[in-house]
Design a protein around this ligand. Sequence first.
Ligand code: ADP
Ligand code: MG
Length: 347
Amino acid sequence: MFQDKKPSKTDLKQLGEFGLIETLTKNFEIKKPSTIKGIGDDAAVLDYNQKHTLASTDLLVEGIHFDLAYFPLKHLGYKAAIVNFSDIYAMNGMATQLLVSLAVSNRFPVEALEEIYAGIQLACHIYDVDLVGGDTTSSRSGLILNPTALGSVLKGQEVYRSGAQPNDLIVVTGDLGAAYLGLLILQRENEVFKVNPQHQPDLSPYTYVVERQLKPEARKDIPPLLRELDVHPTAMIDISDGLSSEILHITKQSDVGAQIYAEKIPIAPQTVLAAEEFNISELTAALNGGEDYELLFTISQKDYEKIQYRPEFAVIGHITQDKGAYLITQDNEKIALKAQGWNALKK
Ligand code: ADP
Ligand code: MG
């Protein structure tokens, strides 16, 4: 994970708005052929040629979506960028540009904002995305970050939430529930730190789950892989609010039902251990935890053999004609899926 620099403290007022924009954005290069004009004019100019344009935005508010007590600024910038790229991949497209709007109080020195932008820059580098604009203004108290990702998809290749058909298979990438356990661990360490600032947390047994919370990755690899395998999902969504909630989005918008099987849901060994420690079920973390940024999609049964041996994918269930989305437990119990959110996680 990232190492935070020891910051000096330059007052925002010293730079002024234009000086600040210049300071934050001067190291970003333009690399995508679709970026005709980036930062520096009234609007960016983009050319997606014969492709459809994809656009997605997120609003991140300090104290609501992130807590700077345990969320380092560079990680915040990185995560703010990749959660938006994830939405573009969920349409089966590729992210190409990013705009970042920022409202900041004078409690933050310039160096703090530079840390955020270092994280954004790393994400842009790794995900091959150009920063092409944004807006900067002041806020009374907290920090507000509003990234907007743009991307493109070949016409006809876009995948909506609404296309799932009865008998389609339900597939997820990666593993689920880890980011939520990472959050619980960071919150616990933060509570200990408040009581005893001398306390040096040993996070080494939890590296994977903490990293899934602090430095999540979006599945940039999946849209091109699906193309290569000649698989066109019938519906797709990214997993930001937990598997249950995303399955319900697909079933509702596709006007179908679903059955998923508990034993098929991919969960990392460290997630299971951490869940045991917090006395919650790892399955509940996977269903309701969220922030995994994996992709959930449905495919026609005829495409099954194209994906069955790929380590990226797990088939977890199927779409049904009958409405209603259910989890089938290991004891063959049938439980209705609910978008219950995080407070339902206690056993
Ligand atoms: P305007 O007055 O038209 O809003 P600004 O002076 O706010 O223009 O912005 C100048 C340029 O800097 C524009 O290209 C804008 O998109 C970009 N920009 C402003 N703030 C940010 C930011 N926080 N991050 C990235 N680019 C920014
Ligand atoms: Mg502006």
